[in-house]
Design a protein around this ligand. Sequence first.
Ligand code: MN
Length: 428
Amino acid sequence: MPVNTNNPNKKTWLAVAENSDFPIQNIPFGVFLTRDDIVTIGTRIGDYAIDLGALHQLGYFQGIPLTEDIFLQDSLNDFISDGKKTWRAVRNRISEIFDSENLALQNNEEHKKVVLFSIDEIEMQLPVQIGDYTDFYSSREHATNVGTMFRDPENALMPNWLHIPVGYHGRSSTIIPSGTAIRRPSGQTLPKGAEKPVFGPSRLVDFELEMAFITTDANVLGEPIPIEQAEDYIFGMVLFNDWSARDIQKWEYVPLGPFLAKNFASSISPWIVTIDALEPFRVDSPLQDPKPFPYLLQTGKHSFDIHLEVAIQPENDEPTTITKSNFKYMYWTMAQQLAHHTINGCVVNSGDMMGSGTISGPTPDSYGSMLELSWQGTKPVPLNNGQTRKFIEDNDTVILTGYCENNGMHIGFGEVTTKLLPAFQFEK
Ligand code: MN
C-alpha cells in the first residue's frame, strides 16, 4: 500500500497555523483524556485533537480490517501490533477524511461535535504501555566528550564503540509524559577528594537530549530481526529527555552501568510521529569506519534530518535556548540498533521503547547535555535573564523541541516539558 499522506500540497479543511508541527502530512498517534474524562486513541491536526475511537464508531474506517475497540483503549500497543500495513491504511484514511476536497465529515456538524477537540481541553497520556526500555549511546560526539572528560582524551572512545551500538537496559516504570513534574533525586555520591560517600540530594541533575523509537512485535525467542527489515518494525518516534544525576552516576556505575542515576525519570513527547511521516526527511548517516559486521551493514539513507533544541525556563521567567542539535548526527541508525539488539535472539514486543542516547553535534553549541555544554561545570551556560547554569536548578523547566523541514514542508514533534521540583524531604 502506497503512502498517500506526504504530498506537500495537500490541504485540510481544518484551520492549521502556518508552521504548525502538525499539518495534515504529519498524522501522529497519541492517547488522551477527552473533556468528558474518557480515554481514547487519537491523532492531531493543527490544534485539533481527533478522537479515532469516535471516528471508527461512526464508520469512517470501513474497509480497513480493525477490531471494534481498537481505538477505545488506553494505549496504542494493540494497534501497533496490527503492523505497518494497518498503520499506513489508517493514516491514508485520516488524510482523506480531513482533505479539503472531502465533504463527508466537513459538512456533518453532529459528527464533528464528537470527533474534534481543541488541544487545550484534552489531557495527553503516555501513548504506549512500555514493556521494556533500552537506552543506546550512539552519538559519537557525545561518547567522545564523555570519554574525554572522565577517562582519557587520547582514547576517548572505548575499543568496542565503533563496532557495537552500545546500550543498556533501563526501566520503563518511570517513563512519563510531557508536563509531569519530577523531583530532584537523592542518593549516594562521592565528593571530590573524599574517601567515603555522602547521602543527600543530587547536585548535578542533567537532561539528556535524545529521541526514542517505539517498536511493534518483531520476532520470536531466538530469532534476530534482519537489518533490512528492521525499519518495518519501528512504529514511530518521540522526543526523549533521559534525566540523569551525574554525581550519583559517577559513584554507582562501576561495574554494571547506570542504575539510580537514570531511573528516577525519563520524559517523552506524547505524540508518536510515524516513520512514514518522516520519509521526506531521510538523510545519510555518518560514514562508518571500520565497516560494521554484515548483520549491521546497510545501504541507502537510514537517518532523518530532525532539528532538535533544548531550552531552560527558570520559574516565572522566559525560556533560553541553550543548544541546537540534529538527529542526523547519530553514528548508529535505529535499524542498526534494533538489528543488534536482537542478533542474540532477544525478543522485542509491541510498545517497547529504545532511546537513541544523548544526541550531541560537532560544535559546543550543539551538545546534548549540561555535562557537555558546561564542560563538567567549568563553563557556566548563560541564560537570557542574566543568570547562568552549570546543571539544572530547582524549579527550572526543561523544554525539548524537534522538527523536520524541507521544500516548504514542516513536520514536528511538539515538545517535552518537565519541571524539576526540589528534592523529597527526609525526616530528620
Ligand atoms: Mn540516556
